[in-house]
Each structure stands twice: as structure tokens, then as C-alpha cells.
Design a binder for this molecule. Sequence first.
Ligand SMILES: Cc1cc2nc3c(=O)[nH]c(=O)nc-3n(C[C@H](O)[C@H](O)[C@H](O)COP(=O)(O)OP(=O)(O)OC[C@H]3O[C@@H](n4cnc5c(N)ncnc54)[C@H](O)[C@@H]3O)c2cc1C
Length: 446
Amino acid sequence: MKSIWSMNTEIEKREALIGGLKTDVAVIGAGMAGILIAYHLQKYGVQVVVLEADRIAGGETKNTTAKITSQHGLIYQNLIKNLGKEQARLYAEANERAINEYETLITKENICCHFMRLPAYLYSEKEQLCLEEEAKAAEILGISSRFCTESNLPFAIKGAVCFEHQAQFQPLEFISALSKQLTIYEKTRVLSVKGHMIYTERGDVFADHIVFATHYPIINVPGLYFMRQHQERSYVLALANAQKLDGMYYGIDKNGLSFRNFEDILLLGGSGHRTGENTMGGAYDFLRIKANEYYNGHKELAYWSAQDCIPHDSIPFIGRYSRIRPYWYVATGFKKWGMTSSMISAKIISDEITGEKNPYKELFSPQRFHYGLSHKKLVKDIGISIKGLARGHFLRKAVKCPHMGCELHWNKDEACFECPCHGSRFNDKGELLDDPAQNGIKKLPN
Ligand SMILES: Cc1cc2nc3c(=O)[nH]c(=O)nc-3n(C[C@H](O)[C@H](O)[C@H](O)COP(=O)(O)OP(=O)(O)OC[C@H]3O[C@@H](n4cnc5c(N)ncnc54)[C@H](O)[C@@H]3O)c2cc1C
């Protein structure tokens, strides 16, 4: 089903590319990241075109819950412990700045997109100490935060961390307005990229600089992003007659829930899992049980799901794609916090291309290796990929992913095939739904 944003926003259609062209920068992908990167570059006076396989914001962005926040789960105490105070402070500052930049841009461009400031809460029904520590860590790093034990939620909590002055908006109203200023070719899938040449199904593009804003990078080598992140999926219900909350909420417990309002509607999210691991189904059922428990008399208006890339060290990959392609750039690994991460990507990548200094470049650099945060998850991701590849290659009955040949699993709730290794998805006819695969399944077993 469509998200409430897609149900209520019509984004102007664009022509597909016809024939070849030459440009300073080509951005591949017109999601939140691609649109913000292209907008920033254009403001710097750079000639930029966006190439989109399908429709503007037609990827994960249309299904986000669109909280604009520096509160990314229990992250700050871990960053301080593993990377030190200065790197953790940079992460906090980059995200807090991104919230302000949305507000400045929306005001400057006079965009009506339901942008509003409000607090964000990270809560638990079981834990207290780690939330108190998170509040302290965030405060030390310059975020206005506090620990509390009371909330507006329809159940008792042990504690919550409140970050003041965060934000939320309607993402498609925002993108619809901003994209009007940009040169975008829709229905123009990029098939391959070699050096400065981009080959599409509609013509070829020569670009001095190429930005991969395709959610999951579509080129495996160089870069090796398929080894450094996996995808996780979660589910959302839009409810009428539910509750008006005093802020946005995100639960840290196993099966924790996400809450935010949009006007009188409540978005209730959760049931997250690694993509490919929902063979039994029950993700929407779980949310419906919770909705019935908390909101007597509510009405379900919509339900949908989305997924995002989870980097092995919890920090997005933003910057140069690879040392051996200094004119390629990437923005990925947003770990379900792609609103601020897209804005950070826009600043870092436009600064790189225009030769400006950026204080956050090293922290987010795809070429970094943060040892303290990295090795365990990296090893686990590689292990799962090797198992999926082996099953895909050796099991005769396996439905294989066209990306790298891993065995696909059925998602009962979404009635689609999913790859547990890298997260590609296909409908019941084998047609492509989500990257990194770029083609559908050639032959489905009978
Ligand atoms: C359930 C859920 C809730 C979320 N809620 C929040 C939230 O509250 N706050 C927050 O900050 N983040 C949230 N996120 C994360 C956020 O939605 C994503 O990080 C963000 O939308 C990703 O944007 P993107 O531009 O990178 O990707 P996309 O929006 O997927 O854009 C990528 C584009 O690239 C195009 N493309 C792919 N391959 C090609 C090709 N070969 N040629 C041309 N084009 C191509 C696709 O068609 C697509 O349009 C949530 C994620 C989930 C799963």
C-alpha cells in the first residue's frame, strides 16, 4: 500500500533522457540524498543533472517517517567510548547543523511542507541507566538533552532521553518544491558507469564528477559496499483517532515502537528485521495488535514498509566512492536516519566537488576504518553473505538474486522475494523492487 505522503502528494513528472549529454556533475538517484546534493551543487553555480531510474522520491524516501533528528538510537555513549569525544562531537554537530539547514532552506525557498520543531524522545519500558548515560553523553557533546521518567505515551516507561528542538516534516511536499529547480531525467536507469561515462537505457552522459545517490551503491567494485553494510526493513501504520503526542518517540527495546504525528494522524512504526528474515510474516499483525491495545476506536488509514542500509560501524558512508575513482562520490548507509544524513551528504559532497573544506569529511569518509566500532558487525555481515552465496550456488531449488547469486527468501507480509545478504527485493513475478540488484529475476522456479 502507498504511504500517506504518496497518497497526498503528486510530484510533477519529468521527461526521460533522450540522447547523450555532457555535464559538470551527474547525480544518480532522485531520493532525498540525490535531490539535496544536486540542489546544493546548483547553488554553488555548478552545472548538474539528476538521472533517476523511476520517479522522483520513488525509492525509500516516499516511505520514510521523516523525523529530522540527531537522535539516532543509543549512539553517543558508544561513539565517545569507541572513537573519542572529538569524533563523537563532530557527529552530533553535523546532525544538529543539518536540522538547522533544513529550517533555513525551507524558509529561504518558502516551502510549505509541514516543517515543525518538536522534541525527540528515546524511550525504554525496561532500561533506565543507559538512557541516563545517553542524555549525559549528548549534553557533553553539545546537544540540548535531558533524562526524564514521564511521557505522553499510552504505556508506562522506565525512562526516556529528550533531545530538544528537533524537527519533522512532510518529505514529499519538500522534495516536490525543491526538485522544481533542478534538471532531472526520470525513467532513466543507469546501466553502467565506466570512468567519466554513464551508460543509461536512454543515452550516455559524460560527467566530470559522478555522485551515486542510489540508496545502495549500484557498482560493486571498486568500493566493496556490499561487504560493509546490510539492509533492514521496518513497517508503519497510519492511524486516525489515535493520539496527539508532545513529540516524536523511538523505542530502544526489542520490539520497540516509533511514534510521530502528522496533523491528526499517528504514524506507528516497528517490527524491524534484517531484509530477507521475515519468512514467517506477522510484522503488520504485531503493529495492529499494539494499535488495538493502545488506541481503542482508532481507524487504520494506510500501511507500508521501507528499508535502509545499515553500515557495519554505525556511521554513514559519505564522500569519495573509492581511492581509485577520485571523481566518483557516494552517499549511503543512513541506518534509518536518512533525513539529516542526506543533508550532511549534500554539504560534504558539494564541498568536495567545489574544493571547499568540510569539518566532517574524515568522520564520514567511506575510506575510514573505525576499528573500535567495526570488526564484529563486519565479520557477521560477511558471514551471512557467504552463507547466502553458498546456498544460492549449491542448492538446486534456490531462487537466486541477480545481484550476486545469493539465495532469496520470501517475505510473507509483502509477498516478495528478499535477499538476506544485500537486501535486493523482487515481486512475486520476479520484477525488481529494490536495489542493489539492477535487474529482475530471469527465471522463477515453477
Ligand atoms: C521504516 C523507515 C522509516 C524511516 N524513517 C526515518 C525518519 O523518521 N527519519 C530519518 O531521518 N530517516 C528515516 N528513514 C531512513 C530514510 O527514509 C532513508 O535513509 C532515505 O529516505 C534514503 O534516501 P536516499 O535518497 O538515499 O534513497 P532513495 O530514496 O531510495 O533514493 C534512491 C533513488 O535512486 C534511484 N536509483 C536506484 N538505482 C538507480 C539507477 N541504476 N539509475 C538511476 N536511478 C537509480 C532509485 O529509483 C531511487 O529513487 C526511515 C527508513 C525506514 C526503513
